[in-house]
Design a protein around this ligand. Structure first.
Ligand code: 0PR
Length: 383
């Protein structure tokens, strides 16, 4: 009920505290299956300071708009491009929708089709429904990366573009983006890379010596990339990123907003009013941590995932779906649904996919949390 009379702040906060007491928190060490994490305290401070900035009316907040452009530029640099075109958006879902929208608007075909791996995130289902683009699913190989031959076999005159994934949602697999890029160039099609998760992992992991396929704008067929700062970037929700190689893609999805403070401006994002604080937090985190800072975070996460994968193998009845590529480890068991239920009963925040359980070594996940988890899992598997 909408209250007629207001209550004191203390009372309201007390009520909120009680209502959210059933939430799992990141600092409890129980959330092991999420792609989110406790944001970096510095990013939280930036959001608090600039909470009122609205990039939906950039004429009012000219400075913040410039900062967003710089954040996009730094993300482009990380992804091998001197200058890219894009926005800090609400997350990977919005970023993927914008990419599909751009491909569809540029292609101008009557019955648009998008080819994407069977491992693609469900955000593409939303894009398909909203944009009336048919999804054409390409098969996966035994290693769970997309079968590039199957992608090629599915290209038709209606194809508006191809999607590759750099860090799949379930297993953290990186598709053979170099081969997809060559294919895209051969057929004159744009390639979108969904690096919502992998974007803030792969560049650092590669420099640490992990063997991961190239995935970014250094490959000429790659026209757009989704990269989410609110996952491994440690920026508060909402913070996604969409970067296009060429300006024409952004222009293809821009609509005029004629009456705003900046005069006639163009808007490409799905959201109109949108948080400037998010863009500022992305900028601030990149400046604060730098490449070396993120590399340290990724080093820890990668090492932990390798260790955890080996420990899992020691538990009878537990098997890895595949060796980890990024900082995601997924495993199966014989009686999976029961195991899932038992783990959840013991208070573990895991992510249960069809056929396996996913553990993501986010920055808040520490070895002692995983050790406690392994003890519980071992116990469950014994009876
Ligand atoms: N692309 C990929 C490859 C993703 O994994 C995700 C989200 C998205 C796009 C969409 O991103 P947004 O959720 O930011 O729109 N992957 C996570 C998942 O589905 C999202 C998530 C995050 C789920 C935290 C649970 C959770 O606790 O697993």
């Amino acid at each position: 009920m909408f209250p007629r009379k207001g209550a004191g702040e203390k009372e309201v906060l007390g009520e909120l505290e009680e209502k959210t007491s059933s939430d799992l928190t990141f600092d409890s060490g129980r959330i092991l299956g999420s792609m989110c994490t406790y944001p970096h305290p510095f990013a939280v401070e930036v959001v608090r300071r600039y909470i009122d900035r609205n990039l939906g009316d950039p004429g009012l907040h000219v400075g913040s708009q410039r900062v967003e452009e710089e954040a996009v530029e730094m993300l482009s640099n990380l992804l091998g491009l001197k200058r890219g075109y894009g926005h800090i958006v609400s997350g990977g879902t919005e970023a993927n929708i914008l990419a599909v929208r751009a491909f569809r608007n540029i292609a101008e075909v009557e019955r648009p089709e998008l080819i994407l791996p069977e491992s693609a995130h469900f955000s593409f289902l939303k894009a398909s429904e909203m944009l009336k683009v048919k999804l054409v699913w390409a098969k996966l190989k035994k290693d769970y990366s997309v079968d590039v031959k199957d992608v090629e076999a599915k290209i038709t005159d209606n194809t508006i573009g191809i999607v590759g994934i750099a860090g799949t949602t379930g297993l953290g697999v990186v598709d053979d983006i170099p081969a997809l890029s060559d294919l895209a160039l051969d057929y004159g099609l744009p390639l979108h890379v969904d690096a919502a998760f992998g974007g803030f992992v792969i560049p650092f992991a590669k420099e640490l010596g992990y063997e991961i396929p190239d995935f970014d704008f250094r490959l000429k067929g790659v026209e757009s990339i989704t990269i989410d700062p609110h996952k491994m970037g440690m920026v508060p929700i909402p913070a996604g990123g969409i970067i296009f190689r060429e300006k024409k893609f952004l222009e293809a999805i821009s609509v005029p907003a004629p009456y705003l403070a900046g005069g006639k401006v163009w808007q490409a994002t799905i959201t109109g009013t949108r948080p400037g604080a998010s863009a500022l937090a992305v900028w601030a985190m990149i400046k604060h941590l730098g490449f070396e800072g993120y590399k340290k975070v990724v080093k820890k996460a990668m090492e932990l995932s390798r260790w955890f994968a080996e420990e899992l193998k020691k538990i009878p009845g537990v098997y890895l779906i595949r060796e980890p590529v990024l900082n995601i480890v997924s495993f199966g068991t014989g009686n999976l649904e029961e195991v899932e239920e038992e783990l959840k009963k013991r208070g573990w925040g895991i992510s249960a996919h069809r056929g396996y359980i996913r553990i993501v070594m986010m920055p808040h996940v520490r070895k002692e949390h995983l050790e406690a988890f392994l003890v519980d899992l071992g116990g469950i598997m014994r009876y």
